[in-house]
Design a protein around this ligand. Structure first.
Ligand code: DC
Length: 212
């Protein structure tokens, strides 16, 4: 039997990444941030002077893409030329182009395969947009974490990140391939008026009750 895969999906700045990391720590599972994988591909393409709008050029670049998706302790990492990518992933150019790259079916197919590989050997808490709908549709543990648009904008500003999240969410929700949508069997968690502890405790309690 495959180890458990906890799917945490939701829009940008809903708090899902913070929450997913904490849930992984509580359960002793590995945290996998899939947004970083889409961001790394986007950063790499821009670095190579490939226009993300040029779908055939993007698809042609994918087979030899020199990114490795591994982990450092209990957290997923993306490594390029021997170093873990960090600030590159939240550069303005990366933010501005990631939704275009993430809409390309060939990009998604490649990354979904890498995401499933993580769960072959270990239990994971995986955070993204399509984890419950596409990556692990048979998971018993699916959570759709959201918050009001005002709360999400305020959280992003507090992190010092200027990014038009509303526009990005719109693109992510409207794309044809694996759009941002709540899985039918996912539990909706609106975090607008909840503390991080409350959200973590609520989801961990639900997971534990299902594992018992
Ligand atoms: O979670 P994030 O903001 O770092 O994600 C960056 C972008 O990557 C997001 O705008 C849409 C895309 N993404 C996706 O399409 N599917 C995922 N599973 C994760 C992220």
């Amino acid at each position: 039997m495959r180890p458990p895969a906890i799917a945490i999906d939701g829009p940008a700045a809903s708090g899902k990444s913070t929450v997913a990391k904490r849930i992984a720590q509580e359960l002793g599972y590995t945290f996998i941030g899939t947004g970083a994988m889409y961001r790394a591909v986007t950063w790499y393409l821009l670095q190579q002077g490939i226009n993300p709008q040029n779908t055939s050029a993007v698809v042609a670049a994918l087979p030899g893409i020199p990114l490795s998706f591994g982990k450092d302790g209990a957290f997923s990492t993306v490594v390029y030329e021997g170093r873990v990518l960090t600030t590159e992933l939240t550069e303005k150019a990366t933010n501005d182009n990631v939704s275009v790259v993430a809409a390309i079916p060939e990009v998604r197919a490649l990354l979904v395969e890498k995401q499933r590989e993580y769960n072959k050997r270990e239990a994971v808490v995986m955070e993204g947009r399509d984890i419950g709908t596409v990556v692990f549709p048979d998971s018993r543990f699916k959570y759709f974490v959201t918050a009001s648009e005002e709360v999400r904008a305020a959280r992003r500003a507090a992190e010092g990140i200027t990014d038009s999240i509303a526009e990005r969410d719109k693109k992510d929700a409207q794309r044809a391939c694996a759009p941002l949508v709540q899985a039918e069997d996912a539990l909706l968690v609106d975090t607008s008026d909840m503390s991080i502890d409350e959200v973590v405790n609520f989801i961990v309690a639900d997971i534990r009750s299902k594992l018992a």
